[in-house]
Ligand binder design. Structure first.
Ligand code: OAD
Length: 242
């Protein structure tokens, strides 16, 4: 059996599926990945901007970067990969989508049960109190301030060196641990603790990625190629091809 058919058989047999997605799933929607070409913005690497220290040093710059990302995301549409995962959720008795992406494209594609372990770019939260809000602001303006306490608002995403939201993370761990199949799509699996989820899988594992990663050799089936087409193929029902 070729790897795609092997993977489709695993998908069809599984009653409990967990999926971990990364930036590669949204790449074909036109959103640059973090570590690939196009990830740079004004010569900054994302790792230089997505940190509490960067925000402390220059909140205006950090907000400009996030607003730039918001504009790209606002103009983007979910692709066939996002849609395939939403379809797979409808067909699978127990299905959990764990995403490192903050773009909201899984939700727009129709996915329901989504664990956003790195937060949500459309969320802003206060650095001084518990205030938070969702808004669609994309244009550059001054650093937004909290209407309750006047402190600076920050993007509602997880930065390097920060803990992940605890309850969401625990649910993600449980979903992977309890799954019969884990699909890892479009992530370089270099950022922890997210990448550590892969090690919790007790069932079969499928990797979907353009490139080899440090986990490729350990997975049950590695599929090389674009997420949009491969996830679409994975979610197709019916007997495997030839
Ligand atoms: P990366 O940019 O590190 O990795 C993207 C992966 O997707 C790479 O392995 C690419 O080879 C692959 N890829 C790119 N385009 C693809 C396509 N069309 N089809 C299939 N695969 C493709 O992004 P993440 O792994 O998501 O965290 O990065 C993890 C975290 O690092 C992000 O959530 C973000 C970042 O810093 C935070 O902001 C906390």
């Amino acid at each position: 059996m070729n790897p795609l058919d092997q993977a489709r058989t695993l998908v069809e047999q599984a009653q409990r599926i967990a999926v971990l997605t990364g930036a590669g799933v949204s790449a074909e929607s036109g959103i640059p990945t973090f570590r690939g070409p196009g990830g740079l913005w004004r010569n900054y690497r994302p790792e230089e901007l997505a940190t509490p220290e960067a925000f402390e040093r220059n909140p205006q710059l950090v907000w400009e970067w996030y607003r730039w990302r918001r504009r790209l995301i606002a103009a983007a549409e979910p692709n066939a990969g996002h849609l395939a995962l939403a379809e797979l959720e409808r067909r699978t008795p127990v299905f959990t989508l764990i995403t490192q992406n903050v773009d909201g494209l899984h939700g727009r594609a129709g996915s329901r049960r989504i664990l956003k372990i790195h937060g949500d770019i459309w969320l802003s939260r206060c650095t001084g109190c518990s205030y938070q809000r969702t808004d669609r602001a994309t244009e550059d303006e001054a650093v937004p301030l909290c209407p309750d306490c006047g402190a600076m608002l920050r993007p509602g995403v997880v930065w390097f060196g920060e803990p992940l939201p605890r309850l969401v993370w625990e649910e993600a761990e449980r979903a992977v641990y309890d799954s019969q199949l884990l699909i890892v799509a479009g992530t370089s699996a270099q950022v922890y603790p997210a990448a550590g989820l892969i090690g919790l899988a007790r069932g079969a594992t499928i990797e979907v990625n353009l490139d080899e990663t440090s986990f490729s050799k350990a997975v049950t089936v590695a599929l090389r190629g674009g997420c949009a087409e491969l996830l679409r193929q994975l979610a197709l029902t019916g007997p495997p091809s030839g």
